[in-house]
Design a protein around this ligand. Structure first.
Ligand code: EPZ
Length: 418
């Protein structure tokens, strides 16, 4: 199991390049299964989740080649299987995103439930409601969901919650359905827009992505296309917090500042200096900082994927901060680990009350999920002494060359793979 030894570091300084978005690349990979012809996806981050998605798609019949750093050449000529087996599907939540394309292309899909993880039960009922509305006959049992339908038909679907994954699955299936589909109360995350742009490039007819009402006119066929994935706004946000917590001065390149607005707004509220450029953002930490309150919400609200990192930052800012987590029911696992480092955090339901303390102390801690792992490394940068973050493989799921990038900014850390 991998671990990362983090020593108290000086203020981070320099420039870092952000990789492509994991949460855009994964649905876009699934969407290539809709096309007859070759797709070339550029800018995909070569993360564990991407490799796991590649293995799953190859099991279904995709031919996938990884060219240079982050270019995927994908062709889905025929389907050698209609089943997404548990041993492959259980490795990543996004495995469920093959349901829509497989059903739309072949009329049948048997998908292992992706299961919950540390941050919550993560049901797929909204995915099922949407695909059912398009005409799929759905049965569940033995940890699998079976969906069948000769030809999907457009429908009007209202999502009880603006689920990112459910919006993506329905969007993909509806692209090859007969007639028009409307998704209301759709997720508006940038990754949804990226997916819709890619499908339209393949010949799809999707309007309204990025708003809460998306209209899809089904087409007979989609063709291969070449596409560059958007930058990862959560990786960018993670480095913004690393610069802030160490009171550093870091230029974060290859970002879309518009995607970072809730993160920049919160850092400015705290007192951090943020300067936005066309495709970069400069973060200058400072001594005069103050506590703040955060409530995680669907985009453009404050992203749940940045909650753990801000818990680390607010743990070092004197005064009382409050974080309310509204998206996942169990996303405070990092708090117990931060408390081992001397953080003063109380959890009440989905409320996290933080009494900031001037100085954290290094300790052995455990990464429980990818964002929590990143948050613990960030806390280790300013904790007295050494912090050992075990189970660091979680971090590899969502961060490409995380340690190398931090070290290039002056972080004092070592990764040990045993
Ligand atoms: C995506 O997960 C992201 N993952 C998550 O990022 C992110 O935290 C999440 O969106 C919210 O922004 C990928 O894109 C691969 P949801 P997803 O469906 O699609 C409930 C990371 O750190 N829900 O919007 O699974 C669900 O339980 C990961 O990179 C249902 O109840 O998120 C949760 O409470 C973590 N029924 C809430 O909605 C459903 O059918 C949000 O889930 C679907 C979801």
């Amino acid at each position: 199991m991998a671990k990362i030894l983090v020593k108290k570091s000086k203020a981070l300084n320099g420039e870092v390049n952000i990789s492509g978005s994991k949460n855009a690349a994964l649905p876009i990979m699934a969407a290539t299964m809709l096309a007859e012809g070759e797709c070339v996806i550029e800018g995909a981050p070569l993360l564990t989740d991407i490799y796991n998605m590649k293995n799953l798609m190859q099991h279904l019949g995709s031919s996938i080649e990884i060219l240079d750093e982050g270019t995927l050449k994908i062709q889905q000529n025929s389907f050698t299987s209609h089943e997404s087996p548990y041993e492959l599907a259980s490795k990543l939540r996004a495995s469920f995103l093959v349901a829509g394309p497989l059903l739309a292309r072949t009329g049948y899909a048997k998908i292992a439930l992706p299961g919950g993880c540390q941050i919550g039960s993560r049901p797929v009922d909204l995915h099922i409601k949407g695909l059912g509305a398009l005409g799929a006959k759905i049965t569940q049992g033995h940890g699998y969901i079976e969906l069948s339908c000769k030809k999907l038909k457009g429908a009007n679907i209202y999502l009880d919650f603006p689920s990112v994954g459910a919006t993506e699955n329905i969007l993909m299936a509806a692209s090859l359905a007969q007639g028009q589909t409307t998704i209301e109360n759709a997720a508006v995350e940038p990754e949804i827009v990226d997916l819709a742009n890619f499908i339209n490039l393949m010949g799809g007819d999707i309007k309204g992505a990025g708003t809460d009402t998306i209209r899809i006119n089904g087409v007979k066929k989609l063709n291969g296309a070449k596409y560059l994935v958007i930058p990862d706004r959560i990786e960018a946000g993670t480095f913004m917090v690393a610069a802030a917590i160490t009171k550093g001065n870091v230029k974060i390149k290859n970002v879309l500042p518009n995607h970072l607005k809730p993160i920049s707004a919160k850092l400015r509220e705290i007192g951090v200096n943020i300067q936005e450029g066309e495709d970069h953002i400069i973060v200058q930490g400072c001594d005069k900082v103050k506590p703040t309150d955060i409530k995680t919400l669907p985009f453009p609200g404050f992203p749940t994927d940045m909650q753990a990192q801000f818990t680390s930052l607010l743990s070092t800012i004197e005064g009382t901060s409050l974080i309310i987590e509204t998206i996942f029911e169990n996303r405070f696992q990092h708090a117990a680990e931060l408390k081992r480092m001397g953080a003063n955090i109380k959890i009440e339901g989905n409320f996290e009350i933080i009494e900031g303390t001037k100085q954290l102390s290094g300790a052995p801690v455990k990464a429980t999920d990818l964002r929590a792992g990143a948050a613990l490394v960030i806390a280790g940068l300013v904790a007295e002494g050494e912090t050992e973050v075990s189970e660091a493989h979680h971090i590899d799921r969502g961060y490409y060359k995380f340690c190398e990038k931090l070290k290039s900014l002056g972080a004092d850390l070592t990764r040990i793979d045993d």
